[in-house]
Design a protein around this ligand. Sequence first.
Ligand SMILES: [Zn+2]
Length: 268
Amino acid sequence: MSNAANSGTPPRLSAVALVESTIRCETGLRIGAAESTIAIGGLDNPVIRNPLSGEPYIPGSSLKGKMRSLLERRYGLSQDWPIDRDRVHVHVCRAEGPYRECRVCTVFGVSAPKSGRWFCLTRLRVADVHLSDSSRAALREKPTDFPYTEVKTEVAIDRFTSAATPRPMERVPAGAEFGPARFTLFQYEGDSLTDHLGLLLEAMELLEADYLGSSGSRGSGRVSFRNIRVELLDFPAGGGLPQRSLLGGPYPTRAEFVQAFPSLALPS
Ligand SMILES: [Zn+2]
C-alpha cells in the first residue's frame, strides 16, 4: 500500500532502493524463446539467449511477472483484466481507489488508466539478468550439449498403448548462477520503504518455493537468491546529489536477509 498523494501535485521522488542479488539455479532452468527465433536446424524448445553474445539470460519481465503472479495468488487478488485475446486474465486495479489500497499494483504498476487522470506510479523495476562472470567461464570450459546449456529429454507416454514420444528440452544446467540481478524500488514522499521492501522479500521467498520459467512441475526452474545487498540513494528535498548508503548485506542467502530485515535502519 502507498500513502503517496495520488491527486493534484505528483509526489516527490525521495529515494531509490537498490537490491542486488545473485540468482542460483538449483535445478536446470528453462526460460523459452519465442518460436520465431528458432534457427533452422536448431532445437525445438530453445532457451532465450542474447542475440549478440549467444548467452542465455533471465528477462527482467519474466522475473517480475512471476513474482507479481505469486503475490497476486498470495493475497487472493481478482484476476479480471483480459490479455492475449481473452485467453489469460491477470490482476490490474483500474480505478484510483482500489489502486491506492492495493499492495501489488502500487509496487508492480498498472497500465495507464483509460478514464480519469490519476498517478499510477510503477515503483519496482527489474532488469534483465545475465550469467555471472564465474558461471560464464565455467560453462565455457565444460562440454555441454549446446553453448552454455544442456538438453534434457522428456518422454510423453500414451497411457493406453505405452507408445513413447521423446521431447528434447534445452535448459541452463543446475549450479549456474546469474547476476547480479537488480531490483530497483522508487520511493515517493509518503511511501513506506519497509512495506515495499518487505513485499519484494515476500516475492523472493515465494519464488524460491515455486519455480521460474517453464517445466516447473517436472523438475525445472528452482532458483535461490544469494549474496543480497541493499543500497539506498536518498535524494535531499532541497536539491543536490543523492546520499548513497549501504542499508544491509551482503547476506549469503535469502533466509539471512529475512532474519536481518526487521533490524534494517530504513528511512521512515
Ligand atoms: Zn491491484
